[in-house]
Design a protein around this ligand. Structure first.
Ligand SMILES: Cc1ncc(COP(=O)(O)O)c(C=O)c1O
Length: 411
């Protein structure tokens, strides 16, 4: 059986016998096995391959952490836990998923503004790292630690004085609710010292979803320089430095896959420089989307096919409520099509036609593909949306209009 890549380089899946393969299983067979549509399917071999690729490009001493928010499905987190050096969580719920894998709490970190006293207590009791986002969080953690008789393990999140250029989401630089402004960090470090809490590390997250290797390398260089300066000025050892990877994946025509080689080469240099100045600091990068995004698809079944004033609509049983990002985030951005295909009609010889794929919601925003050339499809066929392994189901408004929640499988 011959296989070939689909839409390379937009995704990693293969085709055989006219069908998309997920973990070696033809899509229509997988749909039978799942028992219903719509569903998300994640390919564990692709997850493993992606982590290996990242490691192959990065310096051996660099630690790789998986950001659970990108895909919190427990089976995915369990699989990733066996591949990475740390797990980054953003809530007590994600913390539970991470700890359920058996992961060493010493390498689980909890970031995010507005942690409640209950969340702080859970994190301290679990012995995970708390990435504090404000002086109030430092004080609250100290008080709760005293009450529990457990020393909190604190990493200070720094709001850097730079941002990751060209990123899809800027999380650092300027006024931000995330982290403590770099210029205020010296005071916060003194505060920690006065409370008798040793610093476990600094966390600097500049941004997300960048396809520009040089911008990512620059953000890493600046992050490491900032951490070195803060630790040196405070005359503190720095056990850990946690940097946002910033790695993005291509979604739209014309976007190129990220080149990891120059990023790894730059990090090798920077790690050597840091080690010379501040020996013993363990550097980690956090990544979510890059590790899981290309390993997942969303699958919906065509339930109606209709023509309106010359335009063909494939109406599916899935849509915006399951996959907000592919539908264009409630119209807040200029919508572009995610890569998509008719997953059970991929023999290449099939007739194609220009169609719009829509969902069952009565809003014009419920669009999975707009005027795309796809294999001619009919009721019962399976629409596949690629690049759906990150920020898919858990980032979608599943309660909107009360349709059933899709299944999720790890193959
Ligand atoms: C603190 C932090 N770490 C990691 C991530 C994961 O980013 P990505 O999925 O783009 O790798 C985010 C995303 O918002 C974040 O805010």
């Amino acid at each position: 059986m011959s296989t070939r890549p689909v839409h390379a380089p937009l995704n990693q899946f293969a085709v055989a016998g006219g069908e998309l393969l997920v973990g070696g299983i033809p899509l229509s067979r997988l749909a039978l096995r799942v028992g219903r549509t719509p569903f998300y399917a994640y390919d564990r071999a692709l997850l493993t391959r992606r982590v290996r690729e990242v490691r192959a490009h990065m310096p051996a001493a660099l630690r790789l952490h998986f950001s659970v928010k990108a895909n919190p499905m427990p089976a995915v987190v369990q699989h990733m836990a066996g591949l990475v050096d740390g797990l980054d969580v953003a809530s007590a719920g994600e913390m539970k998923t991470a700890l359920d894998t058996g992961f060493d709490p010493a390498h689980v970190s909890f970031a995010g503004p507005g942690k409640t006293p209950a969340e702080l207590a859970q994190a301290i009791a679990a012995g995970i790292l708390l990435n504090v986002e404000s002086d109030n969080e430092i004080d609250n953690a100290a008080r709760i630690g005293d009450r529990l008789g457990i020393a909190p393990r604190i990493v200070v999140r720094v709001n850097p004085d730079f941002e990751l250029k060209g990123s899809g989401m800027r999380m650092g630089g300027g006024a931000k609710p995330f982290g403590i402004d770099a210029e205020q960090v010296p005071d916060s470090l003194r505060r920690l010292a006065a409370l008798g809490i040793p610093l476990q590390g600094l966390h600097i997250f500049g941004g997300s979803q960048s396809l520009k290797a040089d911008a990512i390398a620059e953000a890493h260089t600046r992050g490491i320089a900032l951490a070195l300066q803060l630790a040196t000025d405070a005359q503190l050892a720095l056990p850990g430095l946690y940097l946002g990877a910033g790695f993005g994946i291509p979604y739209f025509p014309g976007e190129q896959a990220l080149d990891l080689a120059p990023i790894g080469a730059n990090l090798a240099q920077e790690l050597a420089r840091l080690d010379a100045a501040l020996p013993g600091t363990r550097v980690s990068i956090e990544s979510g989307r890059y590790l899981v995004g290309e390993a997942g698809i969303y699958v919906a079944r065509v339930v109606d096919r209709k023509v309106s004033r010359g335009q063909v609509f494939l109406v599916t049983d899935g849509g915006l409520h399951h996959h907000l990002a592919a539908s264009g985030n409630f119209g807040q951005v200029i919508r572009k099509n995610y890569p998509a295909a008719i997953g059970n009609r991929m023999d290449g010889a099939a007739d194609t036609e220009n169609v719009s794929v829509v969902g069952p919601l009565c809003t014009p925003l419920d669009v999975l593909a707009e005027r795309m050339d796809l294999a001619r499809a009919d009721v019962g066929d399976l629409v596949v949306v690629f690049q759906s392994g990150a920020y898919g189901l858990s980032a979608s408004p599943t309660a909107f209009l009360g349709h059933p929640v899709p299944a999720e499988v790890l193959i």
